[in-house]
Design a protein. Structure first.
Length: 143
């Protein structure tokens, strides 16, 4: 049995991750699913949530704004409108953007502006949640 499989996380503007991993845990619309090498093929929609994966035994986190996950004999492919590795998220910038979109929501002017602000706020909250989870995992010792 192989010890790793290929994981590719793709957005319309970038390939966020394209590497071999040991394991994946993703939150689908039906709950969490764990993927190990040679997993049964499946296609499932993802929730807006942090996404965990293990690479060389180290647990890592990405922010995934929904999308689709396909598990096949070639590996795992995630296609999402937005995704970012926790290690690449600038917390200061994300926090400032979050405050800006919260202020837009408070004004409640145009319905379209409110919807855009809500979508951006959701994206930023997932990014910040992914960073917090990654920090927590670094300070948690196992064994």
């Amino acid at each position: 049995m192989p010890k790793t499989f290929h994981l590719k996380i793709i957005t319309p503007t970038a390939i966020v991750l394209d590497d071999n991993v040991d394991q994946v845990i993703a939150r689908t619309i039906d709950g969490e699913i764990g993927i190990l090498p040679e997993h049964t093929p499946v296609i499932t929609p993802l929730s807006v949530a942090p996404f965990q994966y293990w690479q060389n035994g180290e647990r890592k986190v990405a922010a995934v704004l929904g999308g689709i996950m396909e598990v096949s004999k070639e590996g795992v492919a995630i296609i999402s409108d937005h995704a970012a590795l926790a290690e690449n998220i600038d917390v200061v910038v994300a926090q400032k953007e979050k405050e800006l979109h919260e202020a837009k929501l408070a004004q409640k002017k145009d319905k379209m502006d409110v919807q855009k602000a809500e979508m951006e706020l959701t994206r930023l909250l997932v990014m910040l949640e992914a960073v917090e989870l990654a920090k927590k995992l670094k300070t948690t010792r196992v064994g």
